[in-house]
Design a binder for this molecule. Structure first.
Ligand code: TRP
Ligand code: SF4
Length: 461
């Protein structure tokens, strides 16, 4: 059965590899080697897929500006699933990205019916405070609440001109019963993802959105909308007669003269060349062997010009003519941790997860009760070893508690050889967890004083 990704139901994904074929997500392993020093989530395959990530590796390698953008729905306690996202945001900021993080209070209000006051408190005290405690720096960071960000709300409305009810129904299964505010929250998430490219903010620079696979429907919708909102479409084509490849820039209702601007700019960059027909159509030859052919709806470009060079020229022309010039937002997808009780991690099953603000002693208890891949008896386990692949405690090490790959490998070896038994192994994990939480919660306390540095005006409740 084809699986459906639903952002509002914590559906378990049984087979991540299916997402490649069914939804056209690309394997992250394709781009891994291009990342200067990959995060442990990347090295370990926890981040398994992406869309359009090449733009990000490119920006990182060339040290060009880029943005990491994310959103959190402020509905309850931030837990270790959220920590995965926060760790990535902090990491990208350390790699030179501007971090833009929205609190999705519109979504929480519309879908989970929280009051605006609750959204604010939870957004700051659970999510923003932990994000700062995990290392987010005030320089190159912008935090906001959807409900307080006028450009986001305006852009959401504008996005609404490109999405109709049939799209919504097809992507999310929305029906006549679905509240309009729920739909608006979807448009708002699209606006979250695209707004950093507005000229009042970071402008059109590459954006990466690290999310769990359940958020992919939003990413697909937003990428689709972004290309609809842009004035130009760049396509690689082959000449019908010669089979030679060329670029075609199509103006989709672009204002008159916009294509002409692009042609002029290409000639500007690639040497003077010979001008084409003055009447708006015709062809010209650039100095570096670039030939352009302009017609009413499109501009064809033959010769030695790279996609990046062309994109840059088209972007500038689009901006000059009042367009958005959105760069397709990139995304990555990570796996979900399973719950400590086995099965899925869910905030409705308290023992299945640990909150970042949880009492360390209670966290220790949860780990000591957790489901492992151990055997019935100690004797049997010494003989046959444990099954770390089915163990929620091993997952804790894998995702969070063992930064060092060597250390992780040692745990695997000790487990599968029966060298270590679950009791001892859990105790070790619990000890690490306790130490982490004590330290994190100390940093959380300190983070309150840093809120003004992030432009957040908040009095603690
Ligand atoms: N819908 C996301 C969630 O439930 C939150 C979110 C809102 C978001 N805006 C976003 C995620 C923009 C990524 C990018 O967790
Ligand atoms: Fe899990 Fe550790 Fe037991 Fe292995 S020994 S099954 S990793 S708790």
């Amino acid at each position: 059965m084809a699986q459906k990704l639903d952002p509002w139901k914590s559906s378990e994904i049984s087979d991540y590899s299916k997402l490649f074929e069914e939804f056209g997500i690309s394997p992250f392993s394709d781009v891994l080697d291009e990342i200067p020093c990959p995060h442990k989530y990347m090295r370990r395959g926890l981040i398994f897929g992406h869309r359009g990530y090449e733009k990000i590796t490119d920006a990182m390698k060339r040290r060009q500006p880029f943005v990491v953008l994310d959103g959190f729905m402020p509905t309850g306690k931030a837990h270790f699933g959220h920590k995965m996202v926060m760790d990535q945001i902090v990491w990208y900021q350390q790699q030179g990205a501007v971090a833009v993080v929205g609190m999705a209070d519109r979504e929480a209000h519309a879908v989970r019916e929280l009051t605006w006051e609750e959204c604010k408190r939870i957004g700051v005290e659970e999510y923003i405070i932990s994000l700062i405690a995990l290392g987010l720096q005030p320089e190159n960071a912008r935090l906001y609440f959807q409900s307080e960000c006028q450009p986001v709300k305006d852009l959401a409305f504008e996005i609404g001109t490109k999405v109709n009810f049939s799209d919504m129904a097809a992507i999310y299964g929305f029906s006549g019963e679905t509240h309009l505010a729920h739909m608006i929250s979807v448009l708002t998430q699209g606006a979250d993802i695209l707004h950093s490219q507005l000229s009042v903010y970071e402008g059109p620079v590459p954006v990466v959105v690290p999310v769990g696979a359940d958020q992919d429907p939003h990413i697909r919708l937003t990428r689709d909308v972004a290309s609809k909102m842009n004035m130009f479409l760049i396509e690689r084509r082959a000449d019908q007669k010669t089979g030679l490849p060329y670029w075609s820039v199509r103006g989709k209702g672009a204002p008159e003269g916009a294509l002409k601007t692009i042609e002029q700019n290409i000639r500007g960059v690639f040497g003077g060349g010979v001008g084409g027909g003055g009447g708006g159509t015709g062809s010209g030859v650039g100095g570096a062997g670039v030939l352009t052919k302009l017609s009413k709806e499109h501009l064809d470009i033959f010769g030695d010009i790279s996609e990046n060079e062309l994109e840059e020229i088209v972007k500038n022309a689009e901006l000059a003519h009042g367009g958005y010039a959105f760069i397709m937002p990139a995304s990555t997808y990570h796996r979900f941790m399973s719950g400590l009780t086995g099965g899925k991690m869910s905030s409705s099953i308290p023992d299945s997860n640990i909150a970042l603000s949880e009492d360390p002693k209670s966290a220790v208890k949860k780990i000591m009760k957790a489901k492992t891949g151990g055997c019935e008896s100690a004797e049997e386990q010494r003989k046959n070893g444990g099954d770390f692949d089915k163990c929620s405690v091993y997952e804790l090490y894998f995702f969070h508690l063992a930064d060092d790959d060597e250390e992780l490998l040692q745990i695997r070896v000790d487990c599968s050889s029966g060298n270590i038994l679950c009791g001892e192994c859990k105790k070790k994990a619990a000890g690490k967890m306790e130490a982490f939480l004590i330290d994190h919660q100390k940093k959380r306390e300190e983070a309150y004083d840093k809120l003004p540095l992030f432009g957040i005006d908040y009095r603690r409740k």
